[in-house]
Design a protein around this ligand. Structure first.
Ligand SMILES: NC(=O)c1ccc[n+]([C@@H]2O[C@H](COP(=O)([O-])OP(=O)(O)OC[C@H]3O[C@@H](n4cnc5c(N)ncnc54)[C@H](O)[C@@H]3O)[C@@H](O)[C@H]2O)c1
Length: 267
């Protein structure tokens, strides 16, 4: 039997990048998957890929910044595929930037999509999961939540997601609800941030690789594998955890050590 046969998942932002990879991984492992997306064309493309993989699937159009839309989408998904047993909060937006230059409405938008949007989905799923006796939630945070890598508004929102993860895990464990967070480092996707950076420097991913102890940036499937584990019964005693999926980036400062400490030993 596959690890996720019997799982009914809903993945936000599953029309693109990492969200699509998560939806496909869960489907390959036997889950029924609702694709929740603000971009209908992308969402329906993922649904076609899921159908081709043999999955039961459904599309709901939802802007996670709108709580009423989220509630309606979750009711629609439940009617189509059954009670949602795994929620993956993946949808996100960032326009990059730094504190000195960020516009006030830019700050507000990134907090709204990334933190408030995630909260809306959690607020909508908790009564449903409590009523059905439990479930699992996996929130996609970022290494940006843990220290400065630019994108201050996005980073503050992603740090808020870690706190929210701990609140849900602590308050709702007795209801059989597990909630964990995944912190990716750089992931090779064609989202707006990476597309812009690649246009400026086609070698950006190769240059980034030297900062990663494992010698490469992540592929979306690396993140999907971690999500599929945390969302499964194999992670049945894991809740409130914050898992870096970052090729070792947060483990240390290897470039600094190579350039300033080890080099000086050879002087
Ligand atoms: N790509 C990376 O290097 C990287 C690194 C760390 C963390 N992450 C996180 O991984 C997740 C996926 O990132 P990605 O690179 O695949 O991003 P992406 O931009 O390719 O995909 C995000 C998806 O979310 C959807 N979305 C955006 N706003 C929405 C809204 N208001 N309502 C519903 N859907 C909305 C978009 O339409 C898109 O399909 C995000 O949470 C991101 O913060 C990505």
């Amino acid at each position: 039997m596959s690890r996720h046969s019997g799982t009914v998942a809903l993945v936000t932002g599953a029309g693109h990048g990492i969200g699509r990879a998560i939806a496909l991984q869960l489907a390959r492992e036997g889950a029924a998957v609702t694709v929740a997306e603000i971009n209908e064309d992308w969402g329906r493309e993922t649904v076609e890929l899921l159908k081709a993989a043999g999955a039961r699937t459904h599309f709901v159009k939802a802007d996670i910044t709108n709580f009423a839309e989220v509630e309606a989408a979750f009711a629609d998904a439940t009617a189509a595929l059954g009670p949602i047993s795994l929620l993956v909060n993946n949808a996100a937006f960032t326009d990059a930037g730094n504190l000195a230059d960020i516009a006030l409405d830019g700050w507000h938008k990134e907090i709204d999509v990334n933190l408030n949007g995630t909260y809306h989905c959690i607020r909508a799923i908790l009564p449903l999961m409590r009523a059905q006796g439990g479930g699992a939630i996996v929130n996609i945070s970022s290494v940006n939540a843990t220290r400065y890598f630019g994108n201050p508004s996005y980073s503050a929102a992603k740090a808020g997601i870690i706190s929210l993860t701990q609140s849900v895990a602590s308050e709702f464990g007795r209801d059989g609800i597990r909630c964990n967070a995944v912190c990716p480092g750089s992931v090779r996707t064609d989202n707006i941030t990476w597309t812009t950076r690649q246009q400026k420097d086609p070698q950006v991913f190769q240059k980034l690789a030297r900062w990663y102890p494992l010698g490469r940036v992540a592929e979306p499937e690396d993140i999907a594998n971690a999500v599929a584990f945390l969302g499964s019964d194999q992670a049945g005693y894991i809740t409130g955890a914050v898992l870096p999926v970052d090729g070792g980036l947060l483990a240390g400062m290897n470039v600094m050590i190579d350039e300033f400490i080890l080099e000086s030993r050879n002087d």
